[in-house]
Design a protein around this ligand. Structure first.
Ligand SMILES: NC(=O)c1ccc[n+]([C@@H]2O[C@H](COP(=O)([O-])OP(=O)(O)OC[C@H]3O[C@@H](n4cnc5c(N)ncnc54)[C@H](O)[C@@H]3O)[C@@H](O)[C@H]2O)c1
Length: 402
């Protein structure tokens, strides 16, 4: 914290979907949670001068710039928040860490394992100088997900046998949907796999405390050629209105894999952008020897819990409304039953990040943890290329996990 003892001056790169979600969270976090430091929305960066000026005004940032290098090198910036597509994560994060900044980087950590290795190694070096880093797997911060983890950690589910995870969307079912950056490997790294598959990999490993050791995968690109967009954004884009120009889709539309976890569980994962009718359907079910839990992001205030230790006549899935003060994160919000939503996962992410930075502990998921997710993504790609052959997840290099 450079300027004021308990002020963290944030510089954020990118101002579209995640930029707006993060801005909302930075704006709100200190008004809801009592924290040892206050975030100041100091500087926002985007490539278009007019648009970033408008975004700064709309989202509530003090200043704006079109050059992320200026942002990471300014001595009055303490935190660099990276909300750009994956092709710029490594470059911005490495520069920020070298400048001694705390870094929050959106998921997936990088586009390749090599980049993620370098980022995790740089984070380990920077940590020795007091700079903290974290990857933005925000769904960990949904209270019902955190409660799932608590139940597993307390042994309430017994031995975990099955993990069943799906993340289903349908925003590119229409073959006329344009070739936005998420469909171009050089920008996004991969398709449904790295975008939404990464979330369920991180979430299930977080909840179970187990890591994926090997996978057998299939991937598919159903629509191989799409119209070029007139304006490229993340999940929405305009077609050229009559232009016949098209380009190749170079990422997966869907990825499905089975996996083994190091605690003995068998797992299945499905990530697709072609599940017609499913908008943002992240679902996870975990079955253990003593019980089961099931979570559905579209009902994010609820957790289904089956307690197999109850008398047989009383057994059945119960719906826990996760809005009580003793549930994770919720004592700061509303009275029981007054539900929260998607954006709160980002507010909770900023809460945990600020607390870790201000108290000098490592936030989680660290870059090393996000590298491990990247290694799973890589194993999935390699397995699919080898006709679904069983593929071990490679261990991270020691320098990155130190
Ligand atoms: N945590 C989540 O749930 C979640 C959800 C969506 C996206 N994401 C991740 O967030 C990141 C951004 O995705 P998005 O949906 O916000 O994309 P987006 O297209 O909505 O926004 C990207 C922003 O980055 C800016 N940008 C791109 N390159 C830049 C550069 N070199 N310098 C400065 N600005 C640059 C763009 O102008 C735009 O403002 C990706 O890594 C994505 O995987 C995470």
């Amino acid at each position: 914290m450079s300027t004021n003892d308990n002020e963290l001056r944030v510089g954020m790169v990118g101002y579209a979907f995640m930029g707006a979600a993060h801005s909302q969270a930075w704006r709100t976090v200190n008004r809801v949670f009592d924290l040892p430091a206050r975030a100041r929305m100091a500087l926002i960066c985007g490539r278009d001068a007019g648009k970033v000026a408008e975004a700064a005004d709309r989202l509530g940032w003090d200043e704006h710039t079109t050059d992320w290098r200026e942002l990471v090198s300014r001595p009055d910036i303490d935190v660099v928040d990276i909300c750009t597509p994956g092709d710029s994560h490594a470059e911005i994060a490495l520069a920020a860490l070298a400048a001694g900044k705390h870094v929050l980087c959106e998921k997936p950590l990088a586009n390749t394992v090599a980049e993620a290795q370098e980022m995790a190694a740089a984070a380990a070096v920077a940590r020795a100088g007091g700079a903290r880093s974290m990857c933005g797997f925000n769904y960990r911060r949904v209270p019902a997900v955190a409660l799932m983890r608590q139940l597993v950690a307390e042994g309430r589910l017994g031995e975990i046998r099955h993990v069943r995870a799906t993340y289903l969307q349908d925003w590119i079912v229409d073959p006329q949907f344009p070739l936005v950056w998420r469909l171009r490997k050089e920008v996004s790294g991969s398709g449904a796999l790295g975008d939404i598959g990464a979330h369920i990999i991180d979430l299930t490993q977080y909840v179970t405390g187990q890591q994926i050791t090997g996978v057998s995968a299939v991937t598919e690109t159903f629509v191989k050629e799409r119209p070029l967009p007139s304006e490229s954004s993340g999940l929405a884009a305009q077609t050229d209105g009559g232009s016949a120009a098209t380009g190749p889709v170079t990422v997966d539309d869907a990825a499905i894999f089975v996996a083994r976890l190091n605690g003995g569980a068998l797992a299945t994962y499905e990530a697709t952008r072609f599940a017609t009718g499913r908008k943002n359907a992240l679902r996870v079910e975990i079955n253990g020897s003593l019980g089961s839990v099931a979570f559905d992001l579209e009902r994010l205030n609820e957790l289904e819990y089956y307690d197999a230790t109850r008398p047989t006549a009383e057994q059945g899935f119960s719906r826990i409304l996760v809005t009580e003060g003793e549930h994770p994160y919720l004592s700061a919000w509303w009275p029981p039953g007054h539900i929260i939503g998607y954006e709160h996962s980002f507010t909770h992410q900023m809460r945990d990040f600020i607390e870790a930075v201000a108290t000098g502990v490592d936030p989680s998921p660290s870059f090393a943890e996000a590298l491990q997710v990247q290694l799973v993504l890589d194993a999935v790609v390699r397995s699919a290329e080898l006709g679904s052959s069983w593929t071990a997840v490679e261990p991270a290099l020691a320098t990155a996990t130190a």
